[in-house]
Ligand binder design. Structure first.
Ligand SMILES: Nc1ncnc2c1ncn2[C@@H]1O[C@H](COP(=O)(O)OP(=O)(O)OP(=O)(O)O)[C@@H](O)[C@H]1O
Length: 882
């Protein structure tokens, strides 16, 4: 900005903007937030509001746009959605009392990861801020490996976690964790080398921002954490050895402090350490492939309600905290059979106790987002409605407690013990806050009468004062004889007497003229002035007192954060358990057995999402019997569209549901604990990451073979499809052998393939069993039976599917003819042609490669050895070029 507008206001603006260059600065001027210069140009476009300019007459007017202060929230939300951050600069002193220019300060920086305002946050999703610290190590081989520290904080609830990732799989593990957490904003140090930045390669979700390296300093970080949680050592939290985690943790805290400078951060809970082996490991590919929280191809769709995701099917929670917890249970299934049993027993109990379940859920429906309400109290932004929401929430605690008393499963007994009804907090709020209190604390009428004597007195004075003014109006009407005389009030003049032009002849001499309008004149009298001072004096005092008392109450409630967070935790678990029981009852799920064995036995299993779709013939259930010793790898063949992928996913989803503590869609299920589920399903390009379909397929397969253990469940759907038939078949074959071999891996695996040749593996390797999806052929048409049976399919029926899809008849006929030729050539011992080569519709079969003819015609006896070698090199060159 030049010095075109050198007014004190613009100088103040420039000084403040200097410190918030990356943000759009909302600069409070009276009843507006104004934006200037490039901010104005950008914001006016993003917000579709008019762009004007300040000081139009000068040679260099300053671009300007503005939004009314009371509507700012919507505009801020819009800018955040557009990926921008907003610095909110307020007038921090009363303009009436200011000497000269009003003081202004940035009181809040709105960034995607630090939001606390209910207007911006979807209640069912966590809003996570994350930071990553990195340490580069050169392995002996010259390879460079990194270790990572990760800290996450949900500012709106105070949940704070630290973790670390080491070893050769550290980067993959970090990426998977980020995929699970979906942070909105991600911080990392600004001085990282390209090697240290590798993990950010194809991050697309969060807003990434680099921060000074000093924010990630280990020693300073440790001190910052100790100060934040008032301890001398971090040992009590079990995180003292996480040096990288602490570095990231400190950066997160620092960022929150920078963005919310005026907020005390007492609601942040002490750090908890996330262990890698606490939960079943689900990588980002599996989360996506199994459509756990987001439907494929609709990644942006809100997920808890989506009928196309497992979360959408399972989420019958009735509270926001419950909904968020269910998501967490879903993305972190347990790996400890005793802990799973505890959850299942509670779900079982609530499934059977229908009446209790119904009443419990009714009581829970009243509960609001206690967790976020507490944070708003602590951060000093809770308004009177928030406090009322807290009251309503705790009001249902006794009813919930009463329902629990009849239940005795260990989990519920545990939740019930030392149950806190927070009756004192209920009474505190009930005694203080008016039922109809307004949203804003500046609007008054917050406190109940009887709560504070001075408030009552001021209210009386204000009421009486208004009565006096009404009395004065009547008196003046009588004195002047003007019936239309009115005493009115506005912000600028305060109280005044208004007379229409027609009555100006009747104005008494003691009236002092204040303002002339088109049709009326406004006056003041000494008596009115005196009354006004009494009335507005009482009103101003009243508003200030109510505000102060409300803030006191809010601070008092903030001291109860730990207690309320515990209540919130218990309610969330109850809500999830009751929701899982409800879903189990409505969807006819059964209780699975989860044990330490290595089998996976499902009777009449169903796909929880597909079975809910409107299928013409209904969903056909299928059994699964995998066990490590005798039948660990199933080769599944069958036509396209037969239901192979659905079946594969259903086995994974049932396993996952069982381990999260949910009942499952089957008539019986026994699940041997699974440490990880791997999926390689379908083709997906990663063009943004510069990888072809085949490369993605191979990278994912490599990841599986490197990371799976004998306790893992692996789903492979059409490995090798992205390359030529022989390449693909060979790779698929070798992968199956590798997985089947207990010396190398030996994990429970479902392998769906189009390569019928793979069915030979059953007789060649132990532990491999063939299955196929049954079809019936009638009058040249294919009927899908959706039933998985023993044995291998002998054909693909791809052409039939193409016909169903509506390819032109000529193409279908021609394809059948080509297929017949291909089949006869392969049965006569000639190799099947590579299916990547184009088939010409006017030729019979592709002609032999022209180079063969050249070789055939070579006269070797008239060539010198050198000639022959050169010729060979030339042929090879040409082949390579092809
Ligand atoms: N058990 C089932 N009962 C009823 N309908 C099913 C069943 N399994 C699958 N379907 C239906 O068949 C459709 C195709 O299933 P799926 O995608 O699993 O086939 P596929 O064999 O994997 O096909 P492709 O090889 O072409 O990928 C599904 O969208 C679903 O509508």
């Amino acid at each position: 900005m030049g010095d075109a507008d050198g007014t004190p206001l613009m100088r103040q603006y420039r000084d403040i903007k200097q410190a918030y260059r990356d943000a759009i600065l909302f600069f409070r001027v009276g009843d507006f937030y104004e934006m200037f210069q490039e901010d104005a140009v950008e914001a006016s476009k993003l917000l579709s509001i008019a762009l004007t300019s300040r000081d139009k007459s000068s040679g260099t007017p300053i671009p300007l746009c503005g939004v009314p202060y009371h509507a700012a929230t919507n505009y801020i939300a819009k800018l955040l959605r557009a990926g921008r951050t907003v610095a909110l600069c307020e007038q921090v002193e009363d303009p009436k009392l200011a000497k000269g220019l009003v003081r202004r300060e940035v009181v809040r920086l709105y960034t995607p990861g630090t939001l606390i305002d209910s207007e911006f946050l979807p209640s069912t999703e966590s809003n996570v801020l994350a930071a990553v610290s990195v340490r580069l190590r050169s392995a002996g081989t010259g390879r460079k490996d990194c270790s990572y520290g990760l800290a996450t904080l949900e500012v709106s609830t105070g949940d704070y976690w630290l973790s670390e990732f080491h070893g050769p799989q550290a980067e993959a593990a970090l990426r998977d964790e980020l995929a699970r957490l979906e942070p909105r904003e991600l911080l990392f140090p600004e001085n990282l080398s390209p090697d240290e930045l590798q993990w950010t390669a194809d991050l697309t979700g969060p807003r990434c921002c680099t921060q000074p390296a000093t924010w990630f300093d280990q020693e300073q970080g440790r001190i910052a954490l100790q100060e934040q949680f008032h301890v001398h050592s971090l040992e009590a939290f079990g995180c003292h050895i996480l040096t990288l985690g602490i570095q990231a943790g400190a950066a997160v805290l620092r960022y929150v402090r920078e963005t919310q400078p005026s907020a005390p951060l007492d609601h942040i809970r002490p750090p908890r350490v996330r262990q890698d082996d606490d939960a079943m490991h689900l990588d980002s590919v599996t989360i996506r492939n199994l459509e756990l929280v987001k439907p494929a191809g609709r990644a942006e769709e809100s997920s808890n309600q989506s009928p196309y995701t497992l979360l959408g099917i399972l989420d019958r929670t009735v509270t926001a905290m419950g909904s968020r917890l269910l998501r967490e249970w879903l993305l972190r299934p347990l790996v400890n059979s005793a802990a799973i049993e505890v959850r299942l027993t509670a779900v079982d109990e609530l499934k059977r106790q229908i009446d209790i379940r119904v009443r419990l859920r009714t009581a829970l429906r009243i509960v609001q987002d206690i967790s976020r309400l507490c944070s708003r109290m602590s951060l000093g932004v809770a308004n009177p409605r928030d406090v009322l929401a807290l009251k309503i929430s705790v009001s249902s605690l006794p009813a919930i407690q009463a329902e629990l008393s009849a239940l005795d499963s260990p989990l519920i007994a545990d939740l019930r013990s030392s149950w806190d009804n927070a009756q004192d907090l209920y009474e505190l709020i009930e005694g203080a806050i008016e039922q109809e209190a307004p949203v804003s604390i500046r609007d008054g009428s917050i406190l109940k009468s009887g709560f504070h004597p001075e408030v009552d007195e001021l209210r009386k004075a204000s009421r009486e004062g208004k009565g006096w003014i009404a009395g004065l109006e009547a008196k003046e009407r009588e004195r002047t004889g003007v019936e239309s005389l009115k005493i009115r009030y506005n912000q600028v003049f305060g109280y005044y007497i208004e007379l229409t032009k027609a009555n100006l002849g009747k104005v008494p001499p003691d009236y002092i003229r204040k303002q002339t309008l088109v049709n009326a004149e406004r006056f003041m009298t000494t008596e009115l002035k005196e009354l006004e001072e009494r009335v507005t004096g009482a009103d101003t005092k009243l508003t200030a007192l109510e505000q102060a008392l409300f803030e006191q109450l809010r601070t008092r409630l903030a001291t109860e954060t730990a207690r309320l967070q515990e209540i919130s935790r218990r309610l969330a678990i109850l809500d999830v358990v009751a929701a899982l029981a409800e879903t189990a009852a409505l969807n006819r799920y059964v209780r699975p057995t989860v044990d330490e064995g290595d089998g996976l036995h499902i009777l009449q299993g169903r796909h929880p999402v597909v079975e809910r779709l409107d299928l013409s013939g209904g969903f056909i259930p299928n059994d699964t019997h995998l066990d490590l010793a005798t039948s660990r790898l199933h080769i599944l063949t069958g036509p396209n569209m037969a239901g192979k992928s659905t079946y594969l996913r259903q086995v994974a989803l049932i396993t996952l549901m069982a381990q999260m503590g949910s009942f499952v869609p089957a008539t019986e299920a026994r699940i041997g604990l699974t440490d990880r589920i791997f999926t390689r399903v379908g083709a997906s390009d990663n063009l943004a990451g510069g990888q072809s379909t085949f490369m993605v397929e191979m990278t994912e397969s490599a990841h599986i073979l490197n990371c799976a253990t004998p306790r893992s469940l692996i789903l492979l759907d059409e490995i090798g499809r992205g390359t030529s038939t022989y390449d693909g078949l060979s790779i698929a074959w070798a992968i199956a052998e590798y997985i089947q071999d207990p010396q190398r891996l030996g994990a429970r695996t479902l392998f769906a393939t189009h390569y019928h040749e793979m069915t030979q593996l059953e007789s060649l390797r132990e532990g491999i069993t063939n299955y196929c999806v049954a079809v019936q052929e009638r009058d040249g048409r294919v009927l899908f039976l959706r039933k998985i049976i023993r044995g291998g399919a002998d054909r693909s029926y791809g052409i039939h599917v193409a016909q169903l899809a509506g390819l032109p008849d000529q193409v279908i006929h021609r394809a059948k003819a080509v297929l017949a030729q291909l089949e006869s050539s392969s049965s006569s011992g000639r190799p099947v042609q590579d299916n990547q080569q184009s088939l010409h519709f006017d030729a019979t079969l592709p002609p032999p490669h022209p180079m063969l003819e050249e070789v055939r015609q070579m006269d070797l006896f008239s060539m010198t050895p050198l000639d022959a070698l050169n010729r060979l090199a030339e042929l090879q060159q040409r082949l390579l070029k092809e």
